[in-house]
Design a protein around this ligand. Structure first.
Ligand SMILES: [Zn+2]
Ligand SMILES: [Zn+2]
Ligand SMILES: [Zn+2]
Ligand SMILES: [Zn+2]
Length: 257
């Protein structure tokens, strides 16, 4: 039995768009959007002001003021609506992309997380396979030792004694190409095709000989995409156990534990 998630409110007012109410849009066939809160790509449900063409991830609409993240034990992250001074230029420590809007910042360790990336709580278990997060190794997608820049997040599991590594940055980049195509063609629901590309026989995961194993890896890629793009539909039907602690995501995603 799947528990019904608590429905988010139909209309909200948000401090970053006080002049108008924002309306919940749940259609997934809409064109993908860019969140006017975190400035990151989004797909699926959102809060929207039609008159101003203003969109916001549903999770960005109700972020906690501070955050503790399981990947950074003992650290406290504080929410900022804009990247804090002095540098102004900051990159997310999970995906490596620049931070241009809403951010969780830890001043003690100079760490920054997009709210969407902070929503990834670390390890994922799918169909009995445990994927932990490690310092980057040679990634199965980009074949590079490290992420684009610094010590970025990399999901890891062992399949038949062979390590599989997935940079969050590379997963985001693959889905981002689909997101961009959806924007140009003005239709939605395409970002998940990125995971299907990966699972194809001649795709980047072709060293995994078993199709069943490729499906598990593709399933974890779908979970990562669904969390960071804010589209819970991707998780439907998956027997996935994902730790999500951000209030709002817990409401949004009907994930069985
Ligand atoms: Zn957002
Ligand atoms: Zn407006
Ligand atoms: Zn990020
Ligand atoms: Zn990579």
């Amino acid at each position: 039995m799947e528990e019904e998630p608590v429905a988010p409110p139909e209309m909200i007012t948000h401090p970053s768009h006080q002049q108008h109410k924002l309306r919940l849009v749940t259609t997934t066939c809409d064109m993908p959007f860019r969140c006017d809160g975190c400035m990151e790509p989004g797909d699926g449900p959102r809060y929207r002001c039609d008159g101003c063409n203003f969109d916001m991830h549903t999770f960005c609409a109700k972020l906690p003021a501070t955050l503790h993240h399981p990947m950074y034990a003992g650290r406290t992250f504080t929410f900022y609506a804009k990247p804090p001074a002095p540098s102004g230029r900051r990159n997310c420590d999970a995906c490596g992309d620049p931070v241009r809007g809403f951010v969780y910042h830890c001043s003690g360790a100079n760490l920054n997380l997009h709210p969407c990336c902070a929503s990834l709580q670390g390890p994922i278990t799918l169909d009995g396979h445990d994927f932990d997060v490690r310092a980057p190794r040679k990634c199965s997608l980009c074949k590079k030792e490290k992420g684009p820049d610094r010590e970025l997040w990399c999901y890891h599991t062992n399949i038949n004694g062979e390590g599989v590594y997935l940079h969050v940055a590379c997963v985001k980049h693959l889905a981002g190409k689909r997101w961009q195509a959806g924007r140009e063609k003005k239709h939605g629901g395409q970002i998940m095709l990125a995971s299907e590309e990966l699972m194809m026989k001649e795709g980047p995961l072709k060293s995994i000989s078993s199709e069943q194993d490729r499906i598990v890896v593709g399933g974890v890629v779908r979970i990562i995409i669904s969390v960071i793009f804010g589209d819970p539909t991707a998780n439907k039907g998956d027997n996935a156990k994902v730790a999500l602690s951000l209030q709002g995501l817990a409401d949004l995603f009907s994930i069985q534990s």
